[in-house]
Design a protein around this ligand. Sequence first.
Ligand code: HEC
Length: 398
Amino acid sequence: MNRDRLAQFFNRFPVNLAVILLCALWLLPTFGLFITSFRPQEAVNSTGWWTALASTRPGRGAYQQFCAECHGDSYNALPNADLTNPDLIGTFRRSLNLAATFNREYNGVIHIPEDKRPNPQETADILDHLRIVSGLQAPPAQFTIANYKDVLVGYDARGGTYDEACAADGATGTRTCDFLTDATAPNAVFRGMLNSFAVAVPSTIIPILIAGFAAYALSWMDFNGRRVMFALLVGLQIIPLQMVLVPIYRMYTDLGLNGTFLGVWLFHTGFGLPYAIYLIRNFVGRLPSELFESAYLDGANHFTVFRRIVLPLALPAIGALAIFQFLWIWNDLLVALIFLGNSAPVLTYQLSQMVDSLGGGWHRMTAAAFVSIIVPLIIFFAFQRFFVRGLLAGSVKG
Ligand code: HEC
């Protein structure tokens, strides 16, 4: 028994190891981005995310290497040169001033011989470190939620964070410094999230509702040309979205639908329908016909059968489809860019603008990335059971 288990474990070991390694490979960069998204800008610009976990500072290492030998681990081994004394450290305003002491002679001995001196960068790090040790300077915050705040507000000034700017200048221009008001302002990213919902929810519900009816009709109602119609619908799926952008844009201009939610809903409905009908029909068409016959015999009409029998049974397929449709619209930039643009900017649009104006401020992009995946993640975990069952839609009989 025990030996069997052991053998089994070792048989599977290579596979398990490979899976674990792949997961690590896949998750590590994401984990790094996640840590980075919580680090302040100065930290992101000067050190890697892994240092945030170890909390080592470059100045500490350099001090140990070049100064600890005489000044000691606790900085105050030499009573006349107590490096924890803010009055002493305060006299060195720049690292050059500190470097100037290296040439001096104390009791006839040169402070630091030339071949043992730290280079300018290390000297700067050491001075930074001594400033913190002597209490002249607060240690830099390791973690902050400032990036997330900046992202949600869509605050894009280079210097400082939204909180700092508000503390310094208060409300100016369109900025009220009330977080909720600013986050729901027309150009804020949080508002973009709300707009994304306003686009994605109806664009998911409308096509799936229509597709449900169509799938039922195409599989259980008798009328002429049923098969041709279905074949046409399946064929429609090959039309690339990019091909119809311009014609529909011109049509929408005539109809006054550009820049409206209705326009985007209709577009997504049009493009979601063929696949939705195809998928739901495959599922509904395979339900056993006895179900329907007995229902019809009992006098049920089509709508009752659809609502009472088909809808509950097709729920896994519909659920999986809804997840796919929602995620695809949530992540869509092209359609939203062309039909909504900045009249009602959605999340993806806001994020793409951010790359433009914040080429250097990528610490904010890391936070933005997590803001944008939070909704897909919630959806995925909430509807996971549909996802697995629905993906198998039609693949197993009986
Ligand atoms: C070889 C031993 C030695 C090393 C290495 C050394 N120091 Fe010193 N340091 C001294 C001595 C000795 C004094 C003079 C103490 C006194 O005045 O009695 C001194 C004085 C100082 C002072 C006070 C200067 C002033 O204006 O009074 C500072 C600041 C200082 N050291 C910084 C450093 C830093 C930073 C490093 C590392 C980069 C360093 N020291 C490395 C021995 C050393």
